[in-house]
Design a protein around this ligand. Sequence first.
Ligand code: FEO
Length: 392
Amino acid sequence: MRAREIKKGIYWVGAIDWNLRNFHGYLTQKGSTYNAYLIIDEKITLVDTVKHYLFEEMLERIKTVVDPARIEYIISNHVEMDHSGSLPKILKIAKNAKVVTSPNGEKGLKAHFKQDFNFQIVNTLDKLNTGTREFEFVLTPMVHWPDSMVTYVRQDKLLFSNDAFGQHIASSQRFDDEVGFDIARSEAAKYYANIVLPYANQVKKALADLSGLDIDLIAPSHGIIWRSHLKEIVGLYKNWADNQTDEKAMIVYDSMWHSTEKISGVIGEAFDSLDLQVNFFNLQTNHISDIMAELLSAKYICVGSPTLNNNMLPTVAAFLTYMKGLAPKKRIGLAFGSYGWGGQSIVQIEEVLKGCGFSTLENIKVKYIPDKDTFSAIKDKIKAQLRSNPKA
Ligand code: FEO
């Protein structure tokens, strides 16, 4: 286990969770890391910790640089247990260390661990001097918990951004240019879509608060560190926080006897015939967290289900519940499906899409099995609406 020096005197000492595949419902195909950082100065500081079961890994890395008993400050940017889970364990070794955290951080840590620590509470603009460096704090509440904050080191032009700008990637490589921008960007997008998306207003505020800082390294608490593509990732965060989308469609559906699936196909043809990109997501074969990654940039969200026992299929209901909670904005929805006698599923889907604040195209409801004439009527109806350039 080696520590990795990311700037002179600043080390990555986190842990790599190679086998993580489920992060409370988020499919993490590439695993993840919990990034902790050790800063060697007159007073030694640790920024964040790791999940409890990877404590020994973090400890070993710290030991390659310094005796962990010498740590005097532990900055806790975020209470959630992937970053604070090892706090009590490291405090048993660094017995006199102060826990530097936000006011909500103190409340959250006490509530989780049912014990008190030697806290030093900080607010935005507060500073912590460790000798040759000064740590500056910016509270970023609800990006993505009430306690969240980021820490800036002016002397090193370094931002410890905690969950913001993170990605779930397990890798022995530490930097964006090492894993490659395409992978880093795509995992950062999936991360944003599944974790940060509901907090667009708070992200905008945080970006405004950080805009005056001179930064050449963003060190998040998951995945790789941004050193070569800072402009790009900050630009993407601005776009995502604005709910900017591309002129493209996604079709999310489940089917019983393939009628709804056939309708999804003809809806796709309608978009394609107008040169709009379209992507299909059968809920039997796609994970909702991957669907959200695509939804981050898709303007048209088409959702289909047949009617089963007066309801939409449970897979579709699960997707809609998940999507609604993540609160995407500025989209155009389309509900569709086949039915035998009730047809309630289509209306239910449309209600959810409208409840998300989406404008909607006219829904598509087909009794039993669509035929050739139905297909062409569906196609014409969608094309006519798209040509009239509906507003999101
Ligand atoms: Fe990575 Fe909100 O914890």
